[in-house]
Design a protein around this ligand. Structure first.
Ligand SMILES: [Zn+2]
Length: 258
């Protein structure tokens, strides 16, 4: 099994660190983890982690929440790291009009810069989209075809959004929210059933969005199995079959150049 989106270098893990997370994940069959950066220090950290661990992949970029702070030197550093073999994608990048912790115009500019640098290094993109579906799609359309697709992580849209991003070469990734009681039988379940089997991923987005039965506690890569089990249940298939599907998809998205 693969956790397609984890923030193992986040400060919430300062107590035990990435090694303990990797070991606990491996012990329950989560054999690969895609570790995603959100600012410049974490870009350096995830790249080092992936360099030192065969089972960790790095994704480098500056989160839209950081859009008020980035410099052109920062973007140059992201591009330098993005070109390395242990870095499989660019992100997370996108738009967040839910929290609006940074200026929307700066977010758009940062987002476009990431898509341009992904095109130059020839790697896929990991997209963060909250309350910004239409604009994310229209900006992706401007650049689609220049880079090898990507994933809408923590997918929070409906079937219309799914249908808009599939032709752009995108996958969608399902987080622990799918296990929340309030979401059972809701839009996300419909999206999972409507998604082509070869475009579906699962993730933790740890330390956040902890799935049931650990909801309320800190999330970690080992818990992606609870999300996967719930997705399998929605699709009416065995967990092992879902694992084969999502593991194959994650490897195809992030390792097609190997
Ligand atoms: Zn994330």
């Amino acid at each position: 099994m693969i956790d397609s989106h984890a923030h193992m270098t986040h400060g919430d893990f300062a107590d035990d660190g990435p090694e303990a997370l990797i070991d606990r994940a491996a012990a329950v069959g989560v054999e690969r983890i895609v570790c995603v950066a959100f600012d410049i220090p974490s870009c350096e950290e995830v790249t080092a982690l992936a360099r030192d661990h065969e089972t960790v992949d790095a994704v480098v970029g500056i989160h839209p929440h950081e859009a008020d702070r980035f410099t052109t030197d920062d973007l140059a550093r992201v591009e330098e790291l993005a070109g390395r073999d242990e870095v499989v994608a660019v992100g997370e990048t996108g738009l967040d009009f839910f929290r609006r912790w940074s200026d929307p115009e700066r977010q758009r500019s940062l987002f476009r810069s990431h898509l341009e640098l992904a095109s130059r290094v020839g790697k896929p993109v990991v997209i963060h989209d909250r309350e910004a579906h239409d604009e994310v799609v229209s900006i992706l359309r401007e650049h689609a075809g220049n880079f090898p697709g990507g994933v809408l992580h923590c997918f929070s849209g409906d079937i219309a959004l799914l249908e808009a991003v599939l032709p752009l070469g995108f996958y969608i990734s399902i987080p622990g929210t799918v296990t929340f009681r309030k979401n059972i039988g809701g839009v996300l379940d419909d999206v999972i059933r409507a998604c082509p089997a070869d475009r579906l991923l699962v993730e933790t987005d740890c330390p956040w969005l902890t799935p049931v039965p650990h909801r309320g506690k800190r999330n970690e890569p080992a818990y992606v199995r609870f999300t996967a089990a719930r997705v399998a249940e929605v699709l009416g298939i065995e967990a092992v079959e879902l694992d084969t599907i999502t593991t194959g998809n994650t490897l195809r998205l992030f390792h097609s150049r190997d």
